[in-house]
Design a protein around this ligand. Structure first.
Ligand SMILES: Nc1ncnc2c1ncn2[C@@H]1O[C@H](COP(=O)(O)OP(=O)(O)OP(=O)(O)O)[C@@H](O)[C@H]1O
Ligand SMILES: [Mg+2]
Length: 384
């Protein structure tokens, strides 16, 4: 999980090359009621307000078509606003052309110039800005070291692997010290192992350069790995904003609970009255701290329990006192290496569910009736 202390307390991490405190290069990006309407049934981006703090690693996460790329393109200036404002460090940039916004961009397809060498590709933004030759050489060397491609200066893109090409593109995107770096699914063309390796690289580079990163992905694991905060998009709006831990431990809605990680979901007929709720023939305790604000105003609510918070026993008399429980049946099991996942049919409705048990735990087999229990403080009441 993300080390959220890294941004403010870089202890134990390498200093940036220039030895500058990270904060000095960070830029605030503020979106206020940002809307983009392409004339479709609903706006692609619908009144999005979001403040990305200086030096923050912010991820825009969400399913396909939820408006992530459009939001990034509005910040970059590749799309025009229908309404709302975008400010960089307090200055309205809504009418500035892309090149005057001084933002670095990294896309899925590396888009390197094939006829230029690695060094020439990386130098390109500096040439455009008429940086003196000697300084260009120094900055290219510096940034190639940052992305660990020292010595590949004279290669052409076709001589590099996909991961290496993406490092060159990353070097080119940050060499001119942009106010912020905007990344749209930069790792999705890479295979799984390489993606993991480049995630660590991106996290390290973010720490070292200390500038604001806005990262788009539809991959929840990637978002959890990288981000200080995640803005979860759903149909052009921000469903929930928070740290990876907040979104995982305290989702506000069923959409958020399902999008980040596995859940056991019990959809409620009625709401929550006082400190109890009912599901089928069961009455469950409700810990007030687990009730999301959104569930109070929603027409429908659901109880959500993460698989790792579900315990299994053979008989209801073995349920720890104070715990909530439901009868279930083991439908199937998967070996995941360090643990096993038991697939469950929960209650009379046989709702699909999951519990996590240790590999050595052979207490339950497929077909067994079980009792699934959890602590009231480990459940979450969300808007459904
Ligand atoms: N240039 C355009 N013209 C018309 N509609 C567009 C345009 N660009 C995006 N859209 C629409 O806006 C909505 C949001 O698209 P967007 O590309 O922002 O989604 P996304 O979250 O980035 O999805 P993905 O994960 O698939 O990349 C979609 O319904 C899409 O069809
Ligand atoms: Mg997209």
């Amino acid at each position: 999980m993300t080390d959220t202390t890294a941004r403010t307390a870089p202890a134990g991490t390498p200093e940036s090359e220039a030895g500058q405190p990270a904060e000095r290069r960070g830029t605030q990006i503020r979106l206020s009621a940002v809307t983009k309407d392409f004339g479709l049934a609903a706006p692609a981006v619908d009144e999005v307000s979001l403040t990305i703090e200086p030096g923050e690693f912010m991820t825009l996460l969400g399913p396909s078509g939820s408006g992530k790329t459009t939001t990034l393109n509005l910040i970059a200036g590749f799309e025009t606003l229908t309404s709302g404002t975008i400010e960089i460090d307090g200055h309205d940039i809504g009418r500035l052309p892309p090149h005057k916004r001084e933002l670095g961009m990294l896309f899925q397809n590396y888009a390197l110039f094939p006829h230029l060498t690695v060094a020439q590709n990386v130098a390109y933004p500096l040439r455009e800005r008429r940086v003196p030759k000697a300084e260009i050489a120094a900055r290219v060397a510096e940034v190639l070291e940052l992305v660990q491609l020292t010595g590949r200066d004279h290669n052409h893109p076709t001589q590099l692997s996909g991961g290496q090409q993406q490092r060159v593109a990353l070097a080119r995107a940050i060499v001119f010290h942009p106010k912020a770096l905007l990344l749209d699914e930069p790792l999705s063309a890479l295979d799984r192992n390489l993606r993991g390796a480049l995630q660590s690289e991106i996290r390290r580079i973010h720490r070292e350069v200390g500038s604001t990163f806005v990262f788009v992905t539809h991959d929840q694991e990637e978002a959890m790995n990288l981000s200080d905060r995640i803005a979860l998009f759903n149909q052009g709006r921000i469903e929930q904003l928070g740290s990876p831990e907040q979104l995982y431990d305290a989702p506000d809605t069923l959409f958020a609970a399902r999008f980040l990680g596995d859940s056991n979901v019990f959809e409620l007929e009625g709401g929550v009255t006082g400190d109890t709720t009912r599901w089928e023939d069961r009455a469950w305790r409700v810990d007030a701290a687990t009730v999301s604000r959104r569930s109070g105003v929603a027409e429908r609510a659901a109880v959500v329990v993460r698989p790792e918070n579900l315990g299994l026993v053979a008989d209801e008399k073995d349920v720890p006192s104070g715990a909530n429980w439901v009868r279930a049946r083991v439908r199937d099991q998967e070996f995941m290496g360090s643990y096993r996942t038991l697939q469950l049919a929960l209650g009379g409705q046989e709702r699909p569910g999951r519990a996590r048990v240790s590999t050595s735990d052979a207490s339950f087999a497929v077909g067994d009736p079980v009792v699934a229990w959890w602590r009231p403080e480990r459940q979450r009441i969300v808007a459904a």
